[in-house]
Design a protein around this ligand. Structure first.
Ligand code: NAD
Length: 392
């Protein structure tokens, strides 16, 4: 096992200053590969990065797509084996953008080779795998982060600040829905996300992973959950024309109790016809409330019981002021940002954590905690009873 991360062996001349490079190896080159590559390229154009990302190698299984991806995003080289990528001496950071079943093996090998690790969510197939990843990364002394990019929406970070300032008082409710509709049509083809052996779970690990992480981030740990899951379309047609059995949930709903005393309702589905990627949550407290809607991601709705009686009501904060989280790096107030910016914020925070030798947030411990909640919901759905989370 490598004793310390192989960090930043090269330097780049940048505006007269010498900045250390961080050499990135990315596994997975489709949806998240594009989002992350874009973020690595653009982060230093806007944020005062302490390390300069260099896209050294991209890895995927489809060679012709891989070459196009590498050329478009200016990767210096390609690999078709992730084992070879993580073993390379010229890579400091491994970015895992592959289906969930591959997260643990890639992360364990990356840690063994002393690489820092960014891993897409959900961190793993189950909490046992997530714990192994956490232990391996900690033992190797590398920086580890889970890509819960919604924590990097400025409006959500502002919500966190308002809650932490105590402006909502005692929190009573956290309610969240995450709706997509790409599986509503029974003719929608069978993909890895329908196969529990590749995905771990369906809408649950894909969508509830985000809202569970947001709930932990905003109001704290879960105490108990009670869930139900459903598969509505049991077979779908594969690329080769054969039928694939859908083993991953189409939707998962659950009730929650939090250690702080609040209660919650969560729903994730990929069959919400007409809803493309709708993530909404509301937080109700004794002194105020917050509401967020990803389709209006530059806004945060805030109600304060401290406002005078004659002007009480929800106000819409346009979260684009210089004083708002991350916004100092972008445009003049009122000039909105988009979904891809959340990944740029994520990469900036990761680079700062690596450079300062501080833990990244959210790290593999957060990924593990989130996975424990996801697993508990599935256990509850199987037995039809509440499942309790262990404390600590
Ligand atoms: N943060 C978010 O908002 C968000 C959104 C979508 C997906 N995700 C997560 O990102 C991950 C990837 O999802 P995606 O939508 O990019 O998937 P995708 O199907 O679009 O891409 C998967 C990529 O992984 C590669 N791959 C698969 N198995 C491989 C292997 N054994 N070796 C090397 N490469 C391999 C494929 O070639 C492809 O490039 C998943 O964990 C998913 O849950 C996160």
């Amino acid at each position: 096992m490598a004793s310390a991360p192989a960090l930043c062996r090269e330097v780049t001349e940048s505006k007269g200053e010498v900045m250390k490079d961080i050499r990135v190896g990315m596994v997975g080159t489709r949806f998240m590969g594009r989002a992350h590559a874009n973020a690595f390229i653009n982060v230093s154009h806007f944020f005062p990065v302490p390390l300069h990302p260099v896209l050294v190698a991209a890895c995927g299984r489809d060679e012709s797509h891989l070459e196009k991806f590498a050329s478009r995003f200016d990767f210096r080289s390609t690999e078709t084996s992730w084992e070879q990528l993580v073993a390379r001496d010229d890579i400091d950071l491994v970015d895992i953008c592959t289906p969930n079943a591959t997260h643990m093996p890639i992360a364990l090998e990356a840690a063994r080779h002393g690489k820092h690790i960014l891993c897409e969510k959900p961190i793993a197939m189950n909490a046992d795998e997530a714990l192994r990843m956490l232990q391996a990364a900690e033992a190797a002394g590398v920086t580890h982060m889970v890509a819960f990019n919604y924590r990097r929406v400025p409006a959500i970070k502002l919500a966190k600040q308002i809650i932490d300032q105590g402006r909502l008082g005692q929190i009573y409710h956290f309610n969240a829905v995450y709706y997509q509709d790409w599986l509503a049509d029974p003719r929608s083809p069978f993909v890895w996300r329908n196969d529990v052996s590749l995905a771990g779970s369906g809408a649950h690990g894909d969508l509830n992973a985000h809202t569970v992480d947001l709930a932990r981030y905003l109001i704290g740990e879960f105490e108990a959950v009670n869930g139900t899951q459903e598969v509505f379309v049991e077979e779908r047609t594969k690329e080769d024309g054969t039928l694939g059995r859908v083993t991953a949930d189409d939707c998962t709903e659950f009730l929650a109790r939090f250690r702080g005393g609040a209660v919650g309702v969560f729903m994730a589905t990929r069959l919400a016809t007409g809803r493309k990627n709708l993530l909404r949550f509301e937080v109700f407290g004794s002194q105020g409330s917050l509401a967020f809607d990803l389709e209006r991601m530059n806004e945060l709705a805030f109600y304060s019981a401290d406002d005078p009686d004659d002007s009480q009501g929800f106000r819409t904060i346009l979260v684009t002021a210089r004083s708002h989280p991350y916004l100092y790096a972008w445009w003049p107030p009122g000039h909105i940002i988009g979904w891809e910016h959340t990944f740029i914020h994520e990469i900036y925070d990761l680079l700062v954590a690596i450079d300062s030798h501080q833990p990244a947030v959210p790290d593999f411990r957060d990924g593990w905690k989130c996975q424990q909640v996801l697993d508990a919901v599935q256990a509850s759905a199987r037995c039809g009873e509440w499942a309790t989370l262990e404390e600590g």
